[in-house]
Design a protein around this ligand. Structure first.
Ligand code: MN
Length: 519
């Protein structure tokens, strides 16, 4: 197999202007350094860096990324130093290789504290240059695709790490096709029995429902055209294996209760056409109440935009319909990586927003202990979100299960610390009320509030709220301690009959001076 040929044909197919000379130089260098090394499959090692480079080319990433992909294991696995890479390929590529090497070197550990530390480093590396994380995700995807060659225990370790860390990161970066493939591959090794069972069930369903999606597609295409939306593209897809697994085993539903196993995706040109197409869909099929979601007017925090609805088709088979513009679709599939493919680079405000969640995670964890951090980050990465409104109409995004406490601290720690109650849609609710999307939340505050209650830390869902409450208690305890110290001092002085002397300013000043204290 000529791996170089494979690489150049990927470069050609991309239709982009890559610097083939420098990429060839990187390929030759990596090929020479990895010479003699084999993958577990018995194939030459170079096939792995080439496969990672191909994934990045597919995502439309730049020259430096493709070179870094080819070189991503030379520092880790050969005698090469990062200095050599820098001299030969320049600062930018060297920085990327160095970042990926550092991520690779993070030891995987079952000890929570270490795991938290690794996560923190990973996130910091990411916030410095997001391309490092995209290269790492491609590296992990190729390793997961070829996981069958590793020993059993290694398979499970890698699969767990993929499920707990890499898939959520891909999700947060909006790279849904990566996320789904990583999850499905991980599940295959973590719960092989369930994985096979779901695959079999899906195959059975296909046989039973046969022409179903083809009929729907044809019908929709015709009706959309009649409504003047003649450039609509209709795709049909099935829910991912892990997506079904979650509903079956984590949410405890039965196969019949999963309404979105089949999804029809309608791609159009404009936002107006999205809403028109929705009208056509709801005319044609019966919508299931409360299953309509408008992520176009209220995008998900990772930037995802689409209309979702669930309808009942012919033969009574429910299916989900996702409607979005072609541009939204590119972003939904490739997330942050789409910015390289369809624009030259991330710019200005968009970049700011994309990284806001990341900055917040890192800021939040500065004050919390290791176990807290890993718990917080897991909640923050995994949670499905709810969107609630301030009385002024600003949207606040919170994880599912969030309470008025989370809402209050999301606005400002001052609001949380002086909260005495909350109203949802104008009605007083308990402090542990679980907020739902679309609700208007009004926090009632009082200047005489005694500060947060300790049990709020158990009720709240977000790391932000928990940390802010903890900070308040830290500060509060300082004042308690000062108070306590004063009482102790007074008691000692009284016992020794020195209290009256101590109360005289000049005696106290002399004392402070002699003891070198400021107050
Ligand atoms: Mn690798």
């Amino acid at each position: 197999m000529d791996y170089y040929l494979q690489l150049t044909s990927a470069l050609e197919q991309s239709g982009r202007n890559y610097d083939v000379d420098v990429i060839k130089k990187a390929y030759d260098f990596a090929n020479e350094r990895h010479a003699g090394q084999l993958r577990r499959s018995g194939e030459p090692y170079i096939l792995h860096p080439v496969a990672v480079a191909e994934l990045l080319i597919g995502l439309g990433l730049d020259n430096a990324c493709v070179c870094a992909a080819l070189l991503h294991d030379v520092v880790e696995d050969t005698r090469t130093t990062i200095g050599e890479v820098r001299t030969l390929f320049g600062e930018e590529t060297a920085e990327l290789v160095d970042g990926v090497t550092k991520l690779t070197r993070l030891p995987t550990s079952s000890v929570e504290e270490e795991q938290a530390e690794n996560l923190r480093k990973m996130l910091l590396a990411m916030s410095k240059d997001i391309r490092v994380m995209i290269i790492k995700l491609c590296d992990r995807l190729h390793n997961m695709r070829t996981l069958e060659y590793l020993p059993d225990q290694k398979q499970r370790d890698k699969a767990r790490e993929t499920m707990e860390i890499y898939a959520p990161i891909a999700h947060r970066l909006g790279m849904s096709s990566f996320k789904e493939e990583l999850e499905d591959l991980a599940l295959k090794y973590l719960d092989p029995h369930a994985y096979d069972e779901i695959l079999q069930t899906l195959a059975d369903l296909d046989e039973k429902n046969g022409e179903f999606t083809r009929e729907i597609t044809a019908e929709l295409k015709e009706q959309l055209a009649l409504s003047g939306i003649d450039r609509a593209e209709i795709q049909s897809r099935k829910k991912s294996v892990y997506g079904i697994y979650r509903k079956l085993f984590i949410q405890g539903r039965s196969m019949e209760e999963i309404y979105d196993i089949y999804a029809i995706r309608i791609l159009v040109d404009t936002v107006a056409e999205c809403y028109n197409a929705l009208g056509v869909v709801h005319d044609l099929y019966t919508p299931i109440p409360k299953r309509f979601k408008d992520y176009i007017s209220t995008p998900k925090p990772n930037g995802y935009q689409s209309l979702h609805t669930v309808v009942i088709g012919t033969k009574g088979i429910p299916f989900e319909v996702q409607i979005r513009t072609r541009e939204m679709d590119h972003s939904a599939e490739y997330g942050i990586a789409a910015h390289w493919k369809y624009k030259d680079n991330l710019k200005g405000k968009q970049k700011e927003e994309t990284f806001a969640w990341l900055r917040q995670l890192i800021e939040n964890q500065q004050d919390s202990e290791a176990e807290d951090f890993i718990k917080n980050i897991k909640v923050d990465l995994f949670a499905e979100d709810v969107y609630v409104f301030t009385p002024k109409g600003d949207v606040i995004t919170l994880p599912q299960g969030a309470t008025p406490i989370d809402f209050a601290y999301a606005i400002h720690s001052g609001v949380g610390n002086s909260m005495v109650g909350a109203k949802v849609n104008g009605r007083i609710v308990n402090i542990d009320y679980q907020l739902n999307s679309g609700e208007v939340v009004d926090i009632i505050t009082s200047k005489t509030a005694g500060g947060p209650k300790r049990d709020w830390m158990k009720i709240c869902k977000t790391g932000t709220a928990r940390n802010k409450i903890k900070q308040w208690y830290k500060k509060e305890r300082r004042e308690e301690n000062v108070q306590h110290g004063r009482q102790e001092l007074e008691r000692e002085l009284r016992v020794n009959l020195l209290w009256d002397d101590y109360l005289q300013d000049d005696v106290r000043a002399e004392l402070l001076k002699r003891m070198e204290l400021s107050s």
